[in-house]
Design a protein around this ligand. Sequence first.
Ligand SMILES: [Zn+2]
Length: 167
Amino acid sequence: MNLKKIPKDIAFLTKACMPVRKRIKNNVIAKMKCILVENDGVGLAAPQVGLDSRLILCKESPESENIHVMLNPVIEEKEGLEIDAEGCLSIPDLAVDVPRQTRIKVTYSDENLNEKNIVAEGYFARVLQHEIDHLDGILIIDRGLDNGFFYKGKQLSKNEVDKKFLK
Ligand SMILES: [Zn+2]
C-alpha cells in the first residue's frame, strides 16, 4: 500500500468508492495510519492508497494525536461557509482556496461497524469535507475558487492547474 498521487494515479483519485459492508482488516487501518502520520497529514481517504472503499481517517487538528476512523461517512446537516487554503497529500505542493461549510453533522460507522455521529466545526469540519469528497472522486482542484490556485507559492490559473495535474 502506498500513497497515490496525481497525475500518475488519477484513475484511483477521480472515481466514487464503494460502500463498506464488513469490517476493514486491522492491518489495513494500521498501514493507513502510518501513511497519514509519515506524511504529516490531517486526513487520508481510502482511494488515496488505492482502495475502493468508503473509509476515511481524520484528525481534529494538526496537533491532535487521535485519529478518527470512519466508514461510510455521510454529511447529514451543514451550515455556514468559509474560504480557506487546503492542500492534499495526493497533490504535492498545490494549495487551493476552497469554500467549505463551517459546521457539519456526519453519521458514520466506526471500525467495529457501530453507527455513530459527530458534529464538527471549523478546521475539523473542513478536514472531514475534504476526505468525504475523496470518496466521491472530488479533489480540491474541482472545488477551488478562481484565482485561488497556488503551486509552490506561485499563483496558477485553473487552466494551468488542469494541464499540470489532470492530464
Ligand atoms: Zn486530499
